[in-house]
Structure formats: structure tokens, C-alpha cells
Design a protein around this ligand. Structure first.
Ligand SMILES: [Zn+2]
Length: 449
């Protein structure tokens, strides 16, 4: 499927969703199950785990019986229908990698080719796209979990009369339930001054966007609190707590993170007390040791691997998400969420910087260092942009887009050498554009090793 064909499919999907029967279906689910969905994060944790295992058991059998990729993959480990009865059974399933989904496209990763009429896409490594089919039920439930997200992240200040503004690449499938749960959409290509005018006009309660776009908004000097905004949600690109705190002070509203992916949907949401609670009914997440491929205990760092609990059109089971993080057991948070807690999300394992002696320095460490430049040089967060790129273990390239500011390159160098050994060469280059962009997402640290 080439890009033009994909755009055609997306347009067709838009037509499918112009039919009001989908809103009626969501409304019906809301009527029957809203209390259940709304209260899921507050359930007893043993209850949550029991529900997850049942759902996973169903999904694995479904994938094995209907999706060629899984049939092959699970036959190879001697899988039999009905054999996921305990978490130990789940541990025995092989991990699924992005490359397998790309290679299996289109026939091996769906039951029927028409399933791609509803699909989602993300960029893969080596520039290839990953295209996944999405089931209608998944879209309905994802929509409703989205409503719940607004309640959770606004600290229950959100109401169904409130407007949510997405500044994103494409609008969500279901844009409103008529006068309730209304959303509005601006593409990320919108000039920032136009976005400011639009925000003043429609007064959204929640804005959901990329951190890069929020930086641009803050540069205009707008106080979002003056225009009725209750909370801003950032996603898709890695941001750190200090950066969000700085944006929050500039904009006059809380700025909270959504950790999500096209493959797994919502993985974890930052609550108003700055704890990341897993979205345990959207996906099941575990942390896997990248060397042994065994599940890590609570508190141990490893790679995020997850199963999408919503989608059956292209099931995503035990999928290598690739970010480094830590999971802890549920904590006594003021928001009363009982789901497990995700900590120290350190960006992609693949994008960790490797030293000549084999030491691994996570991407997040470089983001923390960069934040300190803003403090040292008193540069507003949006004034200086950077990208670290590593091509081999002997050196590290740092690209800087200066903006209006004079910077002391020696000081920057010194700070980076607090992280990397003196045996590595650091090349600093002032540029007008970053050498690597993937889709339209900004990635601060990239490893090409
Ligand atoms: Zn919380």
C-alpha cells in the first residue's frame, strides 16, 4: 500500500464515521458501561489483574485462530488454544517486534484485508511505515477511555459540556456526541498566531498537543488560564518533568503527560499529583530485561512490553515498545488510582547513548542536562533547540539551533562531559535544521548504532 492509497483509506474512514450510528453506539456503551469504565482505575488491584488475564486469554486465542502472523509465531512455540490460564502461561509467549508487523503487512496481520478500512499508522525504523487495522469496538472503547482521561488528568474538573482542542496530525474518529464531549481540531501545521486566536475564540477546557507545539504557544506569551483552559495534555514526544513544569508556569495551567503509542494506545497518564498510573484496561504492560528477555520485578529497569487490550483487527500481543522504564506496585496516591505505577520513562532503549566501554546512558539523562543549559544561560526553553545523534561509540554529535541567544559552547561541552567519558569525542555543530526528523516528531536523542 503506497501513501496515496493510504490517504484514500483515511478519507473513506472519515465517510464511515460521518454516519451517526457510531455516535449512537458509543452512547449505548456509555449508558450500559460508563460507571464500570469510569471506575476501573479505582478497582481492587487483584480484580484488575483477574480481568486482564481473562481478556488476554481471549485475545491470544483470537489472534492464534484468526491472524496468520500469530498462528505461525505461536505454532513455533507449541501453543494450544485455551492455554493462557495463569500469568506464567503468558510469560511463555514470544515477544512481538515492530519489524514483524511491518513484514507481515498486509495479509499476515489481519483476518480480512478490508479490515484496513479502519487503520492507524506510525513511522518505523528505516523509514518504513507500520500500518495497523483497528476494530470498531476498539475505536468506541478508546473514545470512552479518552473521556475518562480528561476527568482523571483534570482532577475531575472536566465536564461533558467542556470543549477539548486537539492540535495534532489528524482528528479523532468520533469528534463529539452531539452537544456533549465536543472536540475541536487544528493541524500541527497551523501558524501559532492563528492557534492563539482560535483558542481565545473557542475557549477550550483542555488542550492536547505535542510538547514542541506547546513550546511555540508559550513563546507568544499567552496565559491559557485567562481563556478557560483547565489542563494541557502533552504526548507523542518525550518531555521531562522540569520542562513541563516550566511550561506550566509560563502558561498558567497544569501541563501533564500522556505516555501512549499507536500500537498500545494509552499506556500511562500523569495524574495531577504527577504520578504516572498505567491504563490497565487499555493495555497490559510489563518491564522486560533486554538481555535475558525475562520479566523484571517491581522497581527494576527494563524495556516496556505490552498487549493492547482493545484492538482485535490487528492484535498487538507482548509487543516490544522499546522505551526504558520501571514499574512499581500501586501506591496510595491522592487521586485514589489503584493501577500500577510507571516510573523513570527514559526514552527508547535504542536511543540510549553507548560509551566505548559498553555503558548505557539513557536519553533522559541528556534531556536533564539540556534543561540545565536553560537555567545556566537563562535561555527560555524554546529559545535553544538541540539534538544528540550517535553514529559510533567513539563520538557523539550535538546539533544546536541557537534561536536568538548567544551560548557558551565551552560550558555546554563541560556539562555533556559530566555524562560521557573523556575518551569520547563530542562534536558540537550549530545548524538551521536538525539532521534527523522522523515523521513530524522531534526526537532529542537518537542512536544510529
Ligand atoms: Zn495519582
Amino acid at each position: 500500500m503506497n501513501n496515496d492509497e493510504y490517504i484514500k483509506i483515511k478519507e473513506h474512514a472519515k465517510e464511515i464515521f460521518s454516519d451517526d450510528s457510531h455516535k449512537s453506539r458509543v452512547r449505548e456503551i456509555m449508558k450500559n458501561s460508563w460507571d464500570n469504565i469510569r471506575n476501573f482505575p479505582y478497582r481492587d488491584f487483584d480484580d484488575i489483574k483477574k480481568w486482564q488475564l481473562e481478556r488476554i486469554s481471549y485475545l491470544v486465542d483470537y489472534a492464534y485462530k484468526n491472524i496468520p502472523l500469530y498462528k505461525k509465531k505461536y505454532d513455533a512455540v507449541g501453543y494450544k488454544v485455551g492455554s493462557i490460564k495463569t500469568w506464567d502461561d503468558y510469560d511463555k509467549l514470544p515477544i512481538l517486534y515492530k519489524e514483524e508487523l511491518i513484514a507481515g503487512f498486509p495479509n499476515e496481520i489481519v483476518k480480512e484485508i478490508d479490515d484496513f478500512n479502519l487503520s492507524t499508522r506510525s513511522s518505523g525504523s528505516s523509514g518504513k511505515f507500520l500500518t495497523l487495522a483497528v476494530s470498531l469496538d476498539a475505536i468506541y472503547n478508546d473514545t470512552i477511555q479518552g473521556y475518562r482521561q480528561y476527568y482523571l488528568q483534570s482532577g475531575n474538573k472536566y465536564t461533558k459540556e467542556d470543549m477539548v482542542l486537539y492540535i495534532y496530525t489528524c482528528p479523532w474518529w468520533i469528534e463529539n456526541l452531539d452537544s456533549e464531549y465536543q472536540t475541536s481540531f487544528l493541524p500541527t501545521t497551523t501558524p501559532v498566531d492563528d492557534a492563539v486566536k482560535y483558542i481565545k475564540q473557542i475557549r477550550p477546557s483542555i488542550i492536547s498537543t505535542y510538547p514542541t507545539y506547546l513550546n511555540k504557544l508559550s513563546m507568544t506569551g499567552i496565559k491559557l488560564s485567562d481563556y478557560g483552559v483547565k489542563v494541557v495534555i502533552v504526548h507523542s514526544e518525550q518531555s521531562n518533568a522540569m520542562q513541563r513544569d516550566m511550561l506550566s508556569k509560563a502558561l498558567g495551567v497544569p501541563v501533564l503527560d500522556e505516555y501512549s503509542s499507536e500500537e498500545l494506545t494509552r499506556i500511562a497518564l500523569e495524574c495531577p499529583n504527577h504520578t504516572y498510573h498505567l491504563e490497565e484496561d487499555a493495555c497490559y504492560i510489563e518491564i522486560i530485561n533486554p538481555e535475558t528477555l525475562k520479566r523484571c520485578d517491581y522497581g527494576k529497569e527494563g524495556v516496556v512490553v505490552g498487549t493492547n487490550l482493545l484492538n482485535t483487527a490487528t492484535p498487538i500481543i507482548k509487543y516490544w515498545q522499546g522505551d526504558l522504564a520501571v514499574i512499581d506496585e500501586p501506591i496510595d496516591c491522592e487521586c485514589h488510582n489503584n493501577c500500577r505505577v510507571l516510573k523513570e520513562i527514559k526514552g527508547r532503549y535504542m536511543d540510549s547513548i553507548k560509551t566505548p566501554t559498553g555503558e548505557i546512558i539513557p536519553a533522559s539523562a541528556f534531556m536533564d542536562i539540556a534543561y540545565n543549559w536553560f537555567l545556566v544561560f537563562n535561555i527560555p526553553i524554546h529559545g535553544l533547540r538541540y539534538q544528540f545523534v550517535q553514529e559510533n561509540t567513539r563520538e557523539l554529535n550535538l546539533y544546536l539551533i541557537k534561536g536568538l541567544f548567544d551560548i557558551d559552547l565551552e560550558k555546554i561541552k563541560e556539562s555533556v562531559y559530566l555524562l560521557i567519558p573523556k575518551t569520547m569525542k563530542l562534536n558540537i555543530m550549530i545548524v538551521n535544521e536538525f539532521p534527523i526528523t522522523i515523521g513530524n516528531k522531534y526526537r532529542p536523542v537518537i542512536s544510529k548504532i
